[in-house]
Design a binder for this molecule. Structure first.
Ligand code: SF4
Length: 299
């Protein structure tokens, strides 16, 4: 917190003294919504729902972000570590299958402490680290033993698209190196007798308009560098949002040809673990935070 280098931006700001870096995260955890979330991949949501916590602020600035009110415009309330521990306890008591930390990177110091407190109180659930993939490998290494399930994106395959879409020209090497470390720690997806995830890595590929070739290149990289046992979640739900609405190629949905190209690549590479969203499906997992009723702060 005194010299924040949690993510690849490596701002070096003293957040403990009120300075803010690229993500604008402060010294207390900021959260937009939390609650039981039914819209993740089947082994994450299970039958009772995933205990999702949507953290405010983000280390990326995606032009098409559907979560922009809290990821880029600062909506959300601040919570002390004690209050964050209270949220974990509420989700545990509500019977969720896991603690699903959505965009947690800037808040890791508080999360680590809150998880230790919850576990110290005898509450144990698998921890899902739900990330854009833009991570420092050193930070991911430090999570060994704390995270059970990595739910990570592989959004781009080239610097130009990553810069244009998310203001992160170095996204690809960072995300790929981080994913290799996630795989080293957690490996293939393991589910319990009820089909609910207990451990492993799920890699999400959101097909972006005009960038199906990048998704295919990411799949090639996955097949070569990680292997066919990785669970892949191909997402076809892209909808123009936020600043993307007025900017090509972000201002349109994906085409059937783009969708088919990615599906055929998945098949050709033998990536048989995971899920492919139907073309035209509008699974609203990214909108889950909007759909959750606002909660009062836990005391
Ligand atoms: S977490 Fe935020 S402040 Fe810290 S290095 Fe990343 S962008 Fe900068």
């Amino acid at each position: 917190m005194a010299h924040c280098e949690l993510c690849p931006r490596r701002c070096g700001v003293n957040r403990a003294k009120g300075q803010t870096g690229y993500c604008r995260a402060g010294h207390e955890a900021q959260i937009f919504r939390y609650g039981l979330h039914p819209g993740e991949e089947p082994p994450i949501s299970g039958t009772r729902g995933s205990g999702a916590i949507f953290f405010s602020q983000c280390t990326l600035r995606c032009v098409y972000c559907q979560n922009y009110p809290w990821s880029q415009e600062g909506s959300g309330e601040t919570y002390t570590v004690e209050e964050l521990t209270g949220i974990l306890s509420r989700l545990y008591a509500a019977g969720c299958h896991n603690w699903n930390l959505v965009s947690p990177t800037p808040w890791l110091p508080m999360i680590v402490e809150a998880l230790a407190r919850a576990r110290g109180a005898g509450q144990t659930l698998p921890v899902v680290y739900n990330t854009s993939g833009f991570e420092r490998v050193e930070t991911v290494r430090a999570l060994a033993g704390m995270v059970d399930i990595y739910l990570t994106d592989l959004r781009y395959a080239g610097a130009e698209a990553a810069a244009s879409g998310s203001d992160a020209a170095d996204y690809v090497p960072c995300a790929r190196e981080a994913l290799q470390e996630m795989w080293r720690q957690a490996g293939p997806l393991v589910v319990d007798a009820g089909g609910v995830a207990v451990r492993g890595v799920i890699c999400r590929l959101l097909i972006l308009p005009g960038l199906a070739r990048e998704a295919c290149a990411s799949l090639e990289w996955l097949a070569e560098q990680i292997g066919p046992k990785i669970a892949v979640s191909v997402m076809a739900q892209y909808t123009p949002a936020y600043r993307g609405k007025g900017r090509s190629p972000w201002n349109r949905a994906i085409t059937r040809a783009e969708y088919d190209a990615v599906c055929l690549t998945v098949e050709r590479l033998g990536l048989n673990e995971g899920w492919i969203q139907d073309f035209g499906a509008a699974r609203d997992s990214e909108l889950a935070g909007f759909n959750m009723p606002p909660q009062g702060k836990t005391k």
